[in-house]
Design a protein around this ligand. Structure first.
Ligand code: BES
Ligand code: ZN
Length: 409
């Protein structure tokens, strides 16, 4: 629905302006489901059968067809826009597909390994921290973030909420008892900035646990104006991270470094996270695990039913989620797929890092009001459900960041 509306918007806005916008007639390099590309007879320039992904250069009409098809099978975007990706350079796509095959190989190896049984021993400190998660705090963070007219990266003031968020985090962190660093990260692909808070590790500071979500929002509905409250997508995940940080800042310093990210421009193609993950890889940073929180407020598959996305994620971390669930969360975990790189975890995964994406529901049962002016706090919003995702972040920061565990190869 959302994407079909977007495609219509293309046409409508051109007609209204009488002068077709150049941007809308440009071809785009994309990655899409191989089945979709084949079904639509779109020439596939490179492909990886094992992960069922193909690379193609598509015209606006082809983009519209892919989006319509994706929508008819319940997907949101249907493809990944690679226009800004450095992979456009010569051999870039071969390298990328190679990288994806390597990641699949790692996951397959792990799936076949006999030593994968993971269990977490209950820790009183972690249990105490989990009991500090406040649904009221989550509600007030989401209320505040969704009250901005939008948090769109192409807005005339794309950093209004980023600046205010940084001020709020600084105010909160003034009570921190563990060392931290906060910074605004600028990007070349968008005017919007990402935010990062680092809790520097006491014993192994070079080993990093990333806890992130996108702070931006978008309105893609036809004639829907610019209002993009983005309460579920993704004030909710952003709020989960603020709440986790509030609790962690007065606990024992973790052995590994824990980095919180609120990414820019996710809705325009994973822009902020793509630059950050690429930079980290170039600097050979040892990111042990990446948590992506994107949409945690709408319990479409039932309260405390978590969708664990199996594409662009690590089999090891998905097992880790199940183990932490048995010990601490007592929710239900259901494996599902986006079918494309639907959020920032894909940026990290593409650089070879292990990622996890616990999602509000199964893909199909997720909130249908995202990307519209109606993505607001409503009677459907469930802060008890959302609180579980803060707990996932806390366990990663208090268990994984104090262990030697990493993706076994
Ligand atoms: N939160 C969504 C992703 C999502 C939507 C996941 C519905 C599962 C169900 C995210 O912010 C988003 O909208 N992503 C884009 C893709 C991105 C590459 C621009 C999308 O899904 O269209
Ligand atoms: Zn979205």
């Amino acid at each position: 629905m959302k994407m079909a509306a977007l495609a219509l918007l293309f046409v409508a806005s051109n007609a209204m302006a009488h002068v077709p916008s150049l941007e809308n007639f440009e071809t785009k390099p994309i990655l899409a489901d191989l089945k979709d590309l084949r079904a639509l007879n779109i020439p596939v320039l490179a492909k990886d059968e094992s992960v069922e992904v193909g690379y193609a250069i598509v015209t606006p009409l082809m983009q519209q067809r892919i989006q319509e098809r994706a929508h008819s099978v319940g997907k949101c975007g249907g493809f990944e826009d690679l226009s800004t990706d450095v992979m456009l350079q010569s051999n870039g796509f071969d390298k990328m597909l190679n990288e994806m095959a390597k990641i699949k190989e790692k996951n397959d190896l792990y799936e076949r390994a006999p030593f994968k049984i993971l269990s977490l021993e209950k820790n009183a400190g972690i249990e105490a921290a989990l009991s500090e998660v406040s649904e009221n705090n989550l509600r007030s963070y989401v209320q505040w973030l969704s009250a901005f007219p939008n948090r769109y990266n192409r807005d005339s003031q794309p950093n209004k909420h980023v600046v205010e968020m940084k001020q709020r985090l600084e105010a909160m962190l003034s009570n921190a008892t563990i060392p931290y660093e906060i910074s605004e990260i600028t990007h070349s692909s968008t005017q919007q900035n990402s935010l990062r808070v680092r809790l520097v590790g006491s014993a192994r500071p070079n080993e990093i646990i990333v806890l992130g979500g996108h702070l931006d929002s978008i309105n893609q509905s036809w004639g829907g104006g610019k209002a993009a409250p983005g309460a579920d997508d993704n004030a909710s995940g952003s709020a989960n991270l603020i709440e986790a940080l509030r609790i962690l800042m007065n606990k024992t310093q973790p052995e590994r470094t824990v980095e919180f990210f609120w990414y820019a421009g996710e809705e325009s193609g994973l822009l902020g996270s793509a630059e950050i993950a690429k930079q980290y890889k170039a600097e050979k940073k040892d990111v042990v695990a990446v948590l992506q929180l994107d949409m945690t407020l709408f319990p479409g598959s039932g309260e405390l039913v978590i969708g664990s996305m199996t594409d662009f994620t690590s089999a090891w971390l998905r097992d880790y989620l199940k183990a932490m669930n048995d010990t601490y969360l007592h929710a239900r975990i259901v494996d599902d797929k986006c079918g494309y790189g639907c959020s920032d975890h894909a940026s990290w995964n593409r650089q070879g890092y292990a990622a996890l994406m616990p999602f509000e529901a199964t893909f199909r049962a997720s909130n249908q009001k995202i990307h519209t002016a109606n993505d607001i706090i409503s009677p459907d919003s469930n802060f008890k459900h959302s609180a579980v995702y803060t707990k996932i972040a806390l366990v990663m920061a208090m268990d994984l960041a104090n262990s030697q565990a990493r993706q076994p190869y």
